[in-house]
Write a protein that binds this ligand. Structure first.
Ligand SMILES: Nc1ncnc2c1ncn2[C@@H]1O[C@H](COP(=O)(O)OP(=O)(O)O)[C@@H](O)[C@H]1O
Ligand SMILES: [Mg+2]
Length: 455
């Protein structure tokens, strides 16, 4: 689910991905049309602050309080005053604390997560226990049915390992400020992280910048596990479809399976390599809830300025990945492939000239001016179909080697469409046309000749 305060989180210093919101007035619990309404963050905060829980997993936790500034004087921050330290998402409020040396996150859903939720968490815990790489990639989490008591009703909570580090967006911002090329390494790590989930037969379901942390030792780790897919719960889909700026434009609730993460994984992978090559993308396209793509871009492949900008990236690896994402946007919500095999197939298809040619049809509203076809530095397309040879890749990561092929249709600087099919594909058509013209002229001349000779 989306995190409401994502832009603010990205801006906070390292290792404190927390936002605090003043607690609202506490309304009494209500039942509307037989459906109980779930407590909001303020009611959970009041209950946690007064210790309205008794499960053994929750005993011995000391919850952190928000830092406060003494009498409005900057630089006088103190831990230990103010409300409970918490982060607020669209589906849950999360309180942070410690049990001894171990950080704890108490996640309290603020809406009904559906009948499958408890089982998904139970099965994920079992899968984590069986796979050490998965345990490193996904936060430990345990569902507790009777977690926090509010006005006589027990509400479920999820006790989690507190992941310390930066959100993915925060990390991107940090790396961009120091050494943008370092984002290539992050992209490589990202591909590795996605592969770990796949190898464990797990999909996250909502990969996005605030659900992924980069820990102090540089590892990627996922939180917000409400949408996790595992074979054992494949019949229990969650009632959410992930963050709109990361998901396939036509993803429905039923689009939830082993490869549900592939689309968002490619969105993130391409965003990272694109930012490494062109850091100004961040200023221009990051809106606090995305990296560079928005739902508008994903719903309109090739029809927004970002697509033009990426198609003219100084990095050939980026240009090669653009048609792949475009194809995914046009295709089904779940491609049925994982990221690694998708990239692999794309690379093979490109080198064998099998990939459907990319369309660069330009619309008049595009305002970017930097295009490969007007950039004297940029390589021109090869009329024999493959634009970028594998040797063009910079070698920073092998996954950068995935390519694009010739355009079957592209437009020139004036906006006019030109046939980009390439000389070789045009040749037979030209010959057929010439032969047809010759036959017509020949028959016409013959008829004329016979007419003149006629009686
Ligand atoms: N286990 C955790 N450790 C550290 N931070 C967490 C943890 N779980 C959640 N958070 C923080 O709280 C935010 C909101 O929690 P999340 O589970 O994503 O809720 P929602 O489903 O409503 O988006 C996350 O974006 C993240 O910043
Ligand atoms: Mg979230």
């Amino acid at each position: 689910m989306m995190f409401f305060l994502s832009s603010a989180v990205a801006a906070v210093p390292a290792f404190s991905p927390i936002q605090v919101k003043p607690a609202p007035a506490v309304p009494p619990e209500t039942v509307v049309s037989g459906v109980r309404s779930w407590p909001d963050d303020g009611r959970f905060e009041a209950a946690v602050a007064r210790g309205s829980y008794q499960h053994p997993r929750l005993s011995g936790i000391t919850f952190d309080l928000e830092s406060s500034v003494v009498s409005g004087r900057p630089g006088t921050e103190q831990a230990g005053s103010g409300p409970l330290l918490h982060a607020l998402g669209a589906s849950a409020v999360v309180f942070f604390g410690r049990r001894g040396p171990r950080g704890v996150a108490l996640r309290c859903p603020t809406r009904d997560l559906g009948i499958g939720a408890a089982r998904r968490y139970e099965k994920l815990a079992a899968r984590r226990a069986a796979s050490a790489p998965l345990a490193l990639a996904v936060a430990e989490a345990e569902w507790i049915d009777e977690g926090v008591e509010i006005d006589g009703t027990w509400w479920p909570v999820i006790v989690m390992e507190r992941v310390e580090g930066r959100s993915l967006a925060g990390e991107v911002e940090q790396v961009l400020g120091k050494n943008p090329a370092g984002l290539r390494g992050l992209a490589r790590d990202w591909a590795g992280f996605v592969a770990v989930l796949g190898a464990a037969d797990v999909a996250h379901g909502d990969l996005q910048q605030n659900n992924i942390f980069v820990t102090g030792d540089g590892r990627l780790k996922a939180v917000d596990l409400d949408g996790v897919w595992l074979p054992a719960v494949a019949h229990l889909p969650p009632d959410e479809t992930g963050h709109r700026h990361y998901q396939h434009p036509r993803r429905q609730r039923g689009d939830w399976g082993r490869t549900v993460d592939t689309f968002s994984a490619l969105v993130i992978y391409l965003s990272l390599v694109a930012l490494a090559a062109d850091p100004d993308l961040w200023e221009r396209y990051h809106n606090g809830e995305n990296l560079v793509f928005t739902d508008e871009d994903l719903a309109h492949p090739d029809r927004t300025p970002l697509w033009d900008r990426l198609s003219s990236s100084p990095d050939p690896a980026v240009r090669q990945l653009v048609p792949l994402l475009r194809e995914l946007c046009h295709g089904p919500a779940d491609s049925g492939q994982d990221l690694a095999s998708l990239l692999d197939r794309h690379r093979h298809a490109r080198t064998e000239g099998l990939v459907r040619p990319a369309s660069l049809t330009r619309t008049t509203e595009h305002d970017d001016v930097n295009h490969w076809w007007v950039d004297p530095e940029a390589p021109r397309p090869d009329p024999d179909a493959v634009w970028f040879a594998p040797s063009e890749t910079d070698g920073a990561t092998t996954l950068h080697e995935y390519g694009r092929t010739a355009a079957d249709s592209r437009t020139d600087e004036d906006g006019g469409t030109v046939d980009g099919g390439g000389a070789s594909s045009n040749m037979p058509r030209v010959l057929v046309l010439a032969a047809a013209v010759f036959v017509v002229v020949f028959i016409g001349a013959l008829v004329g000749f016979l007419t003149v000779l006629g009686p």
